[in-house]
Design a protein around this ligand. Structure first.
Ligand code: KIV
Length: 289
């Protein structure tokens, strides 16, 4: 059993210890995240934007989630892995939802699946949980519904909306979710939901009152381009570091400085005499053909 598992995470909530989650989509980055000590990795369908360059998450497929999810699964010995169910992989029917959740668990070695929506997806949550698959719900600003919202906007602002978000939270808890992502929800509402539920609340743009936090790693490490939401803190500027390193490489390759002798297998070369013999045996290559 992993060090971070459903029981240990629920214990953390009960002790008031904060839970760290970060998105990740590949093997080498997942190893870094695990070594850094995060409790959980979310293989989010945000990969459609961060890894595939789409403008939203809607084009992401189940096959995409499996490829990225598996790479993370192979890297993590102790980090709790949650994998997103992509747009239209669970909305059509309960059967579709259970089959796709099962595929994610079997093929990626995930620890839980995540799906977006409140009351509307409770039948799916109930059925998936009944199969022994832990579910993380996702309410508030749910990016797969960006077209219904008319953009990536804060949810739960007025009294009616705040009630709707709270009712969504209580409904997904009743359906069996053990964790819920609260995205772009006002902080006092997120705190109230955190107090009223036994589920672990993971906030993104939902203030400090949640049980844990998640950020998209390209945003927090300075690897994303374009608009950066207000809730993102840049913990490093890795994009700039990478650009400097790659432009140095580019210069050294073009000037011939790289690779210098220390980066070659010069001790394995045959004698100069033998290489001269090879040179004469094989004649001149005609590169004009
Ligand atoms: O897909 C994702 O990365 C997410 C987070 C933004 C919570 O759902």
């Amino acid at each position: 059993m992993k060090r971070n598992n459903i029981a240990s995470l629920l214990d953390m909530k009960s002790r008031g210890e904060k839970i760290s989650q970060v998105t990740c989509y590949d093997y080498s980055t997942a190893r870094v995240m695990e070594e850094a000590g995060v409790n959980s990795i979310l293989v989010g369908d945000s990969l459609g934007m961060t890894m595939q360059g789409y403008e939203d998450t809607l084009p992401v497929t189940m096959d995409d989630m499996i490829v990225y999810g598996r790479s993370v699964g192979r890297a993590c010995k102790d980090t709790f892995i949650v994998i997103d169910m992509p747009f239209m992989s669970y909305q059509t029917s309960v059967v579709q939802a259970v089959e796709n959740a099962g595929r994610i668990m079997k093929e990626c070695r995930a620890n839980a699946v995540k799906l977006e929506g409140g009351c509307a997806v409770c039948p799916q949550i109930e059925a998936i949980v009944a199969c022994g698959i832990p579910v993380c719900a996702h309410i508030g600003m749910t990016p797969q519904s960006v077209n219904s919202f008319g953009g990536f906007k804060v949810q739960g602002k007025g009294e009616k909306e705040a009630r709707r978000v709270l009712e969504d939270a209580l409904a997904v808890e009743k359906a069996g979710a053990f964790m819920v992502v609260l995205e772009c929800v006002p902080p006092k509402l997120a705190e109230l939901i955190t107090k009223k539920t036994k589920m672990i609340t993971i906030g993104i743009g939902a203030g400090a009152g949640c049980d844990g936090q998640v950020l998209v790693y390209q945003d927090m490490l300075g690897l994303s381009d374009g608009f950066v939401p207000k809730f993102v803190k840049r913990f490093a500027n890795i994009g700039q570091e990478m650009k400097l390193a790659v432009s140095e490489y580019d210069k050294e390759v073009k000037s011939g400085e790289f690779p210098s002798i220390e980066y070659t297998y010069s001790k394995s070369d045959c004698s100069d005499e033998f290489l001269a013999q090879l040179d004469s045996e094989y004649g001149e290559e005609d590169n004009t053909k």
